[in-house]
Design a protein around this ligand. Structure first.
Ligand SMILES: NC(=O)c1ccc[n+]([C@@H]2O[C@H](COP(=O)([O-])OP(=O)(O)OC[C@H]3O[C@@H](n4cnc5c(N)ncnc54)[C@H](OP(=O)(O)O)[C@@H]3O)[C@@H](O)[C@H]2O)c1
Length: 329
């Protein structure tokens, strides 16, 4: 039986999610990689237990996380039965639909038909009665926004999710969706965009909309899939994502420009006496408008290592300026 660490709620700061009642840990754990059928159950279990033992209460899933699609949710369901049922009310669980999930015209994008049936499937796989947060995973250019938001509103009203969120919506799409949700009376809790030192697109409008509308922001891939750990500075290690599972992180991502930036960032981290990924995590969390950084991990030590970032002294104005000039060149 899993007996969690008694001290877990003193180990990580919690940040308020926009203007809501929800607090999220500054680091959250994503189950995109390392929770499919190719990762031993015992490794998954130690990742989840380690996170929770250190106060990480938020686990993020999606219908198609695997491999194969659905496997991360199905495996999580088995963990639910083994470890988490007594702690269900201490967890903030999210899942999503919006990308390709099943064959035919109803297993993708943003129709009411897809979103509601996908969440029903997710709840069965995860072996829970409801999720805390359900996201539309990406905007659908074909479906009227009123239909997609209407489905999200209906999901909350049916009790299958407590809150709803948007992911990968641009500033204009976010504004339109949020206004429609407000009209329906189901406010948007949070937005989940990609953000890291290597991808700053959200600074060009999205963060402004989220602040204006007082919506939380949980940023995914704050370590750019591992690039910002510095592990690829001298080649591709055998035990890295790029070697073991390069569906998304490919050797082509190691461009000369990226390597130049990474090398310069490492010098700043070295001068601060910290690891490069600690610098990268501190940097995405430097603005209080960012509620949480959504990390992945292939082994439990990476989670405890990443938590060290939260104890480091804040970045100085001079360091932030140096980082700015590295990222802009
Ligand atoms: N909404 C969306 O469209 C979307 C898209 C993508 C992701 N996400 C969410 O974001 C989550 C995180 O994505 P991600 O896993 O790509 O994020 P990430 O945190 O940028 O990368 C995680 C990977 O970096 C490496 N790593 C992490 N900490 C390390 C450490 N201390 N030392 C050395 N290596 C370390 C590990 O890879 P290796 O050890 O295998 O090298 C780990 O799996 C996903 O699980 C998912 O929940 C959402």
């Amino acid at each position: 039986m899993f007996i969690p660490n008694d001290n877990r709620y003193n180990m990580i700061p919690y940040r308020r999610c926009g203007r809501s009642g929800v607090l999220l840990p500054a680091l959250s754990l994503g189950l995109w990689h390392n929770f499919g059928d190719t990762t031993p159950f015992s490794v998954q279990q130690s990742l989840l237990r380690t996170a929770f033992d250190h106060g990480i209460t938020h686990f993020d899933l999606a219908n198609n996380y695997g491999p194969p699609y659905g496997a991360a949710e199905r495996n999580f369901g088995a963990h639910m039965d083994m470890d988490w049922r007594p702690h269900r009310d201490e967890l903030f669980l999210s899942t999503k639909a919006g990308y390709d999930m099943w064959a035919g015209p109803y297993g993708n994008w943003g129709s009411r038909k897809y979103l509601i049936s996908s969440l029903d499937q997710s709840l069965k796989r995860m072996r829970v009665d409801y999720v805390d947060l359900f996201y539309h995973h990406r905007p659908d250019p074909q479906t009227p926004i009123a239909e997609t938001m209407g489905a999200l509103d209906q999901i909350v009203r049916s009790g299958k999710a407590l809150y709803i969120g948007l992911s990968n919506y641009n500033p204009e799409q976010t504004r339109e969706a949020v206004e429609e949700l407000n009209r329906l009376g189901t406010p948007c809790l949070i937005h989940q965009p990609r953000y890291s030192m290597l991808d700053r697109h959200i600074e060009e409008g999205l963060t402004g909309v989220l602040k204006e509308k007082q919506i939380g922001c949980i940023v995914f891939q704050p370590l750019a899939g591992g690039l910002l750990t510095g592990k690829y500075l001298n080649g591709i290690p055998e035990d890295s994502r790029m070697k073991r599972d390069n569906r998304f992180l490919k050797p082509e991502n190691l461009t000369e420009e990226t390597l130049r930036k990474l090398t310069a960032l490492k010098e700043i981290a070295d001068a601060r006496g910290q690891k490069m990924h600690h610098l990268a995590l501190q940097w995405v969390l430097r603005d209080e408008g960012i509620t949480s950084a959504l990390i992945g991990a292939s082994r439990p030590e990476q989670i405890t290592d990443n938590l060290e970032a939260l104890k480091a002294p804040p970045l100085t104005a001079e360091e932030l300026e140096r980082i700015e000039s590295i990222l802009n060149n």
